[in-house]
Ligand binder design. Structure first.
Ligand SMILES: [Zn+2]
Length: 84
């Protein structure tokens, strides 16, 4: 049995602050997407830092990202953030 976690505690496209989170993650402070590429260290260091600013379950949200193809910071933007 695996009860669904409280949606408000998991940063996901269903969370009211998802676009704010995603824009910040993709923005200059973190992944910094631009014409020539972006920053990513192959882990969740940016997402983790950013999640701590929101009132969410950080570890639970990172687990959600991995379940949805977000194995590192840029993949969260590519795979989790896209329209479903
Ligand atoms: Zn990446």
């Amino acid at each position: 049995m695996n009860d669904s976690p409280n949606i408000a505690l998991i940063m996901s496209p269903a969370h009211p602050q998802w676009s704010e989170f995603l824009n910040a993650l993709a923005g200059p402070e973190f992944c910094n997407f631009h014409n020539n590429g972006w920053n990513c260290h192959g882990d969740h260091r940016y997402a983790k830092q950013l999640l701590e600013r929101f009132d969410v379950d950080v570890e639970g949200s990172l687990a959600y990202f991995e379940e949805n193809g977000g194995y590192c910071d840029c993949e969260i933007v590519f795979n989790v953030g896209g329209p479903s």
